[in-house]
Design a protein around this ligand. Structure first.
Ligand SMILES: [Fe+2]
Ligand SMILES: [Fe+2]
Length: 169
């Protein structure tokens, strides 16, 4: 038990270092200004999707996920930087168009790997028709949907998750 707790603490610390490093050279914290679902900001949503994707990858270690790319791709999957609820950004086609907007912004701030690009571009599958190509993209695509449903149904999403809340979301 003690060993498991220690390992999780270490993994959480790795996640926080990677998150802070991504924030340092980008506009990630701007996502705090925009609502994603319910009362959850786009930043909290993106951190949650990255964190839980990472946790699943740690549990399925035998599958050999590329964890840094998984985390960074997930952090940037909704990096479109506008509030899709507000005119003139209220777009009927937001669901279809925002992966490309997020990818364009991410490319402006980072040198992205093919996996990271695919995570961002394909996360709305099956709404967008082309499926994810890598296991990292498939994982983020699934975790994104679970987080989205949870945020829509909860009035205080992630309030018990220290790692997500400690990012001052
Ligand atoms: Fe999205
Ligand atoms: Fe998302």
């Amino acid at each position: 038990m003690k060993h498991t707790d220690e390992r999780k603490r270490l993994e959480d610390a790795v996640f926080e270092v990677l998150y802070k490093s991504a924030c340092a050279k980008s506009r990630i914290t701007q996502m705090k200004e925009y609502v994603q679902h319910g009362k959850t900001s786009t930043l909290a949503h993106s951190v949650a999707v990255a964190y839980y994707s990472y946790r699943v990858a740690r549990c399925l270690k035998f599958m050999g996920f590329k964890e840094k790319e998984l985390i960074r791709g997930a952090l940037l999957h909704d990096y479109y930087l506008y509030d899709w609820h507000c005119p003139p950004k209220l777009k009927k086609l937001h669901g279809f168009s925002h992966p490309q907007a997020a990818l364009d912004n991410a490319k402006a701030d980072f040198l992205l790997s093919d996996i990271e690009k695919d995570v961002i571009k394909r996360h709305m599958f099956p709404l967008t028709l082309v499926p994810p190509k890598y296991k990292e993209s498939v994982l983020v695509c699934i975790v994104d949907k679970i987080c989205s449903v949870y945020e829509t149904m909860s009035s205080s999403a992630y309030k018990n998750n220290r790692v997500i809340c400690s990012q001052n979301l």
